[in-house]
Every structure is written in structure tokens, then in C-alpha cells.
Design a protein around this ligand. Structure first.
Ligand code: PLP
Length: 255
């Protein structure tokens, strides 16, 4: 069987982000996706209307049901919804140090809607940071996690908080013509990419990138290779993204 990524992620009914993005991206990376569902959200391509988080007992029962059943090589987390779920995931990862772990520190949806109480989630994420093989924050999340405005200083601070590697995604920075992503391992910049900025807003681009990285890591890529593969793949699927309604965010075409 293909190496498996176990994702802790929420359901987005639009199919753009969340667990559907994870399943599609991981499938495209060549790995198999398993899901422990953290929340059911109510949203479309334009707006988040609300969500109901899974209890930590139900969440962990889902995850534990597939441990020992599927060849899990990597865990990936996106929306976790509650601090209880974050603490439960931290305990699960400490019980399974053999798993690689991609931490996408989701705090809000790209449309700006709430996917949890940002203040308490930020505090709880502190426990997960040292457990991650790589973190994939955008610059908004990087600033929120560290409380530091300057990107270089915030990255340094995240390493002081125990991060092993960080992919800083520059999509929210004021660079009208390009997006710069930077990969740091053990505090050092190891690669940097600039791709042309595509027009419009995209729903689920962060989930897709982090999941593709997890899928490649599960199959034995080193981190630099995994990030490189994922960035090339993501640019292709964003170029083909579909616009559901004039005001909606575009949905990446992952197939
Ligand atoms: N997970 C869920 C369930 C979501 O609904 C969203 C955004 O709407 C995200 C994660 C983060 O999405 P993005 O990849 O756009 O940052």
C-alpha cells in the first residue's frame, strides 16, 4: 500500500480547502490520505458562517482507529478548531515519534472568517511547534504565533520556540508581482523561491501546499525536495483554478 498521511483537518463544504484539499493534494503527490476530522465548517467560496468542532475524544478515536491499520508515515494538521484538539494531537504525536509531522498553523480562513478563537489557539500551538518536522505559516500566521511584526525576527523567534524547519509563505506580503516563499532549516535559510503572483484570491492554497509536502515526505523526499515539488505542483493547479461566482475565491483544480 502507498505510504499514508494522516490529516487532522476540517470539512469545508465548498471543497476548496480543508480535508478535501488534503485528500486531493496527497493523492496527487502519490501518497494515500487518511483523515481525522477536527470540525464541520459552514462556508462557501466567499465566507465562513460558522463551525462545530469535533470533541477531542471523537477526534482521537478516529485517529487511533487507523494507527496500526494503515502505513502512516506522516501526520499533517490544518484547522484544529479548539485548544483541546491541539493538546490531544500533541499527546498523540508524543506517543508516535516515528511519524513525520507537517504543521500548517491555520488560524483564520483566507476569506477572513474565524476558524477558532485566535488568541487561545496561538497559545496552544506552542505545544505543537517543537513536534513538527516543518511548519508552513503564511506571514500573518507567523506574526500571530510570535507576536513579532518583522518577518526575519519572527522566524528567529519561532526557532527559539522549538521549530526545526519553517516554510514562510509570502502570499500575504505587499509584493504585487511575485510571491516569495523561504525555507529555513535549523535556523538557516536553505532555499527561496519567487513565483509570479497570480490574479485573484484562492481557497485552500495553503492546505494544498502543506498536504503535498506531507505526501512527498511520506514517500521519502527530503524536506527541500518535498517543498520544491509541492511549490511547482501548486503553481500549476492555481493557474487552472476555477471561479465559482464573481465574488468567490478561486477553487484550485487539483485534478
Ligand atoms: N481548513 C479549513 C476547514 C478551512 O475551511 C480553511 C479555510 O477556509 C483552511 C483550513 C485554510 O485554508 P487555506 O488553505 O486557504 O489557508
Amino acid at each position: 500500500m502507498r505510504p499514508t498521511v494522516l490529516c487532522f483537518s476540517g470539512l469545508d463544504p465548498s471543497g476548496g480547502a480543508g480535508l478535501q484539499a488534503d485528500i486531493e493534494a496527497i493523492g496527487q503527490s502519490g501518497a494515500h490520505a487518511a483523515i481525522a476530522c477536527t470540525a464541520l465548517t459552514i462556508q462557501n467560496s466567499q465566507q465562513v458562517f460558522g463551525f462545530e468542532a469535533t470533541s477531542k475524544e471523537l477526534l482521537m478515536a478516529q485517529a487511533n482507529a487507523v494507527v496500526g491499520d494503515l502505513p502512516i508515515k506522516c501526520v499533517k494538521s490544518g484547522m484544529l478548531g479548539t485548544t483541546d484538539n491541539i493538546a490531544a494531537l500533541a499527546e498523540f504525536l508524543r506517543e508516535h515519534p516515528e511519524y513525520l509531522y507537517v504543521l500548517d498553523p491555520v488560524l483564520v480562513a483566507n476569506s477572513g472568517g474565524s476558524l477558532g478563537n485566535q488568541k487561545t489557539l496561538v497559545k496552544a500551538f506552542v505545544e505543537l511547534i517543537p513536534l513538527a518536522t516543518v511548519l508552513t505559516p503564511n506571514t500573518v500566521e507567523l506574526r500571530a504565533l510570535t507576536g513579532i511584526e518583522d518577518i526575519d525576527q519572527a522566524t528567529e523567534k519561532l526557532f527559539e520556540m522549538g521549530a526545526k524547519a519553517i516554510l514562510v509563505k509570502g502570499g500575504h506580503e505587499d509584493t504585487p508581482d511575485y510571491i516569495r516563499n523561504a525555507l529555513y532549516i535549523d535556523g538557516k535559510l536553505v532555499s527561496e523561491t519567487r513565483c509570479p503572483r497570480l490574479e485573484g484570491e484562492y481557497h485552500g492554497s495553503g492546505c494544498s501546499l502543506a498536504s503535498f509536502i506531507a505526501g512527498r515526505l511520506a514517500q521519502g523526499d527530503d524536506l527541500k525536495q518535498a517543498v520544491n515539488h509541492a511549490e511547482t505542483w501548486l503553481f500549476g493547479v492555481l493557474k487552472k483554478a476555477e471561479t465559482p461566482v464573481p465574488n468567490g475565491q478561486k477553487i484550485p483544480k487539483r485534478f
